[in-house]
Structure formats: C-alpha cells, structure tokens
Write a protein that binds this ligand. Structure first.
Ligand code: NDP
Length: 263
C-alpha cells in the first residue's frame, strides 16, 4: 500500500485526507492519505522518508520549505517558488504546484472575464496571479501593506495599497487574503470595496467552508459569488493525478473527491 500525507501546521481542519481517501477507495487504488502536523519545515524531507511516504501535499506555512526539499521542480513551481505537491520517484523528490492550475480552472468557468482585482499579496496570490497573467488575464494586486507588493511590482504587475488605489471596473474581484478565515474582518476598507464590487461580474473568496464578511457584502449587491471549495477540489484532483502517475483522468476522479464536500 502507498502512503500519502498532508504536511502543514495546522492540519486538523483540512478536507484533503477525506478527498484523497474517497478517490483511492472508489477507484480501488491501494493507498491511504493521512494528515501530519509538521512544526519545523526544515525537517520536511527527513520526515517524508522516515514515514515511508510516496507523496505529500503541503499547506501553510511550509510551501517554501517544500520547494527547497525537491531534487526536481516542475517549471511552473520553479517559476513561482512554491510547491504544494511532492511525489517520490526512485528516492528523489519531485515538486509541483497544483494550487495555481486548480485556481485557473475555477476562473475559466466564468465567461467574458478579462480584468481581475486581487485583494491580497501573499503566497497564494503570487502563484495564482502568475498563471492567470500567463493565460492572458489582466491582474491588479491590491494589498494592505506596501512591503508584499514589491515583488509583484518588479515582475510587472499593476499594484496598489489602500492609500494609492484608484477604483475602476474589474470583471472579477477576489479575496486572496486571510481576512475572514478566523475572524469577521473585511479584506479592505468598506468604502474601497463598495467602489469595485457593484461593477464586478462576480466576486470570489478563496476561503472555503464559511460565508465570510466579504461574501456577505457582495451578496448584498446581488452580485454572483463563489467560495474557495472548487479551488480546493481542483488542486486536490490535480495532485491526485500526480500521486497516481496520471492513470486516471480529471473527470474520472472529480465525482469521487467531490463527495468530501457533501459528507
Ligand atoms: P499569506 O499569509 O501568504 O498572505 C496573507 C495575505 O492576507 C497578505 O496579503 C496579508 O496582507 C493579507 N491579510 C491578512 N489579514 C488581513 C486583514 N485583516 N486585512 C487585509 N489583508 C489581510 O496567506 P496565503 O496567501 O497562503 O493564503 C491566503 C488565503 O488563501 C487564506 O485565507 C487561505 O486559507 C486561502 N487559501 C485557499 C486555498 C483553497 O484551496 N481554497 C488554497 C490556498 C490558500 P499584509 O501583507 O498586509 O499582511
């Protein structure tokens, strides 16, 4: 039996073990997926081999450590400097980023979208903004602090902080911050949000499993909303494809993993 795990801290809240195990069981793949609370990210590689794992997903705060641990990096993971999926082959660790292609699939389900406003400039914003731009979307990054915007500026993104932002029409407005995750905060001052939400075709929050203050505000304008569930599902399916060496198609895996969201 092959053993897979989620490495992160915390990991107790995660749906990933249920998602992956549902697909393993339904498709009769001899494997099991567990969660492992890793406190020290620099021990990632050591723990991987000690536990006899075949593959892992990596969540907050270890995606950069995961990047460092790999002998081989998929070109996109290399470009964005973040790995959330590792597979062992012949004693070597191969690293991938499935967050970004998963998120791209979410965005492609919206019609007639060109301009996108990201609220937030953290690690998730970094990988997803790059893949969206590579696909031809115009991405603007708005963040509370100036410090995190600098790496976006040097790579040519339009950026603003709360003081410098000049409102315009965006097709999608996306909360990429952790505001709302464990509190009821909005990701930006309400006046600023009121200047962009009413003109948007839809708004997305990457947080899943709750109605955030941001989504509540969007709904008050009757604008379509989406939470982070599909992003989580799609990154998981793409990771599962790597874990099982692409023996199953995305569409075959999807209905089984999706059951994790109704159980
Ligand atoms: P990071 O810690 O790297 O970045 C956090 C970002 O949130 C920063 O831009 C920070 O701004 C901003 N922020 C935090 N608190 C506030 C606040 N109160 N008001 C305004 N801005 C705030 O986080 P990640 O990029 O890793 O994750 C971001 C979100 O994405 C999280 O909620 C996470 O749960 C979610 N996520 C969802 C996934 C899914 O599958 N659905 C996958 C991955 C992530 P500043 O620079 O000013 O501190």
């Amino acid at each position: 039996m092959e053993l897979f795990a989620l490495f992160g801290n915390p990991v107790s809240h995660s749906k990933s073990p249920l998602m992956h195990n549902l697909a393993f069981r339904a498709l009769d793949y001899d494997a099991c997926y567990v969660r492992y609370r890793l406190q020290n990210g620099s021990e990632l590689k050591k723990k991987f081999f000690e536990l006899g794992l075949k593959g892992i997903n990596i969540t907050v705060p270890h995606k950069e450590h995961a990047y460092e641990a790999c002998e081989y990096l998929d070109p996109f993971a290399q470009k964005v400097g973040a790995v959330n999926t590792i597979v062992e082959k012949d004693g070597k660790l191969y690293g991938y980023n499935t967050d970004a292609p998963g998120f791209l699939k979410v965005i492609k389900e919206f019609q007639n979208v060109k301009s996108i406003l990201f609220l937030g400039a953290g690690g998730t914003a970094r990988s997803t903004s790059v893949i969206l731009r590579d696909e031809g979307y115009e991405v603007t990054i708005l963040n509370r602090s100036q410090a995190r915007l600098e790496s976006f500026e040097v790579t040519g993104f339009a950026t603003a902080n709360f003081d410098t932002f000049v409102p315009k029409q965006y097709d999608l407005v996306i909360n990429m911050t952790s505001a709302g995750l464990e509190d009821d905060l909005l990701p930006a001052p309400i006046e600023l949000l009121q200047s962009v939400i009413p003109q948007a075709k839809a708004c997305i929050d990457v947080i899943y499993g709750k109605e955030t203050a941001f989504l509540k505000l969007v709904k008050s304008y009757d604008i379509p909303t989406k939470d982070g569930s599909d992003m989580l599902l799609y990154q998981g399916i793409i990771a599962w494809e790597y874990f099982t060496d692409h023996k199953y198609s995305f569409d075959t895996i999807q209905p089984h993993m999706k059951r994790a969201f109704i159980l």
